[in-house]
Ligand binder design. Structure first.
Ligand code: SAM
Length: 222
């Protein structure tokens, strides 16, 4: 069993700084929701983010990269064998846990709708089963939840190692940054050894899929 902790994931409600932005007011009207109950999404709000948070529009508001990552994990052989658990920690210090039985929506719009509902209600249930939960907590709190002996912090600037060497211990927690540019905001590097799996920067779902495939080989699942 391995754990993936996605750290500093760029999922948050639209911040108050954007509340008077013309595009945001229009969007909130169209969605029939208050702005602070809508996820910040750089795909639709790029210029508004740039205006209020200059230079951050490629990094902030990226539920899309978390959705792609979760689809990769959900469809993996390792997940079918219940040998992987994912915890998402966000830049606003929220921790999202996902029941291994949960089938997340493949539709991106349905996924963001689900997250909006989760952030408001704190949990998503179906037929009495808790599918997802959301708590306040730091990256350290997320790490405490898994209580792992081995922690690897994935980073392009970490010590370069072959992937099969990085994944050789079972019960390992892998911390992957849930952002598309920049570095960890949380103090991730103090939480485990920092390793790089390739000379260039990779997408978060590529890093996750390399860890997953290597673990599947080690466990003899493929
Ligand atoms: C797209 S990267 C963000 C890029 C950022 N410039 C950085 O230095 O981390 C998001 C996350 O993917 C992981 N990652 C990307 N490339 C990697 C590599 N070559 N080796 C290990 N992890 C990598 C890291 O966990 C990183 O925080």
């Amino acid at each position: 069993m391995i754990n993936l902790i996605i750290a500093d994931a760029e999922i948050e409600f639209i911040p108050a700084e954007l509340s008077h932005d013309f595009n945001i007011i229009n969007l909130a009207k169209k969605r029939g929701k208050s702005f602070d109950r809508i996820l910040l999404d750089s795909n639709y709000m790029h210029s508004s983010i740039d205006k209020h948070f200059p230079g951050e529009s490629n990094r902030r508001g990226r539920p899309d990269i978390i959705h792609t990552l979760l689809m990769v994990v959900q469809d993996s052989i390792l997940n079918k064998e219940k040998q992987i658990r994912v915890i998402i920690h966000t830049r606003m210090n929220k921790i999202i846990t996902i029941n291994q039985e949960t089938r997340l929506p493949r539709s991106y719009n349905r996924f963001t709708g689900l997250l909006e509902s989760l952030f408001v209600k704190g949990r998503i249930e179906s037929d009495g089963t808790v599918l997802m939960e959301c708590y306040d907590g730091t990256l350290k709190d997320a790490l405490r939840m898994v209580n792992s002996e081995h922690v690897v912090v994935l980073s392009p600037s970490g010590e370069k190692k072959p992937i099969d060497q990085i994944t050789e211990e079972n019960e390992t927690t892998y911390i992957i940054g849930g952002f598309s540019e920049g570095d960890y905001i949380s103090d991730a590097y103090s939480m485990g050894r920092s390793c790089s799996i390739y000379r260039d920067e990779l997408t978060i779902w590529t890093v996750a899929s390399e860890i997953i495939c290597s673990t599947e080989r080690r466990l003899g699942l493929v």
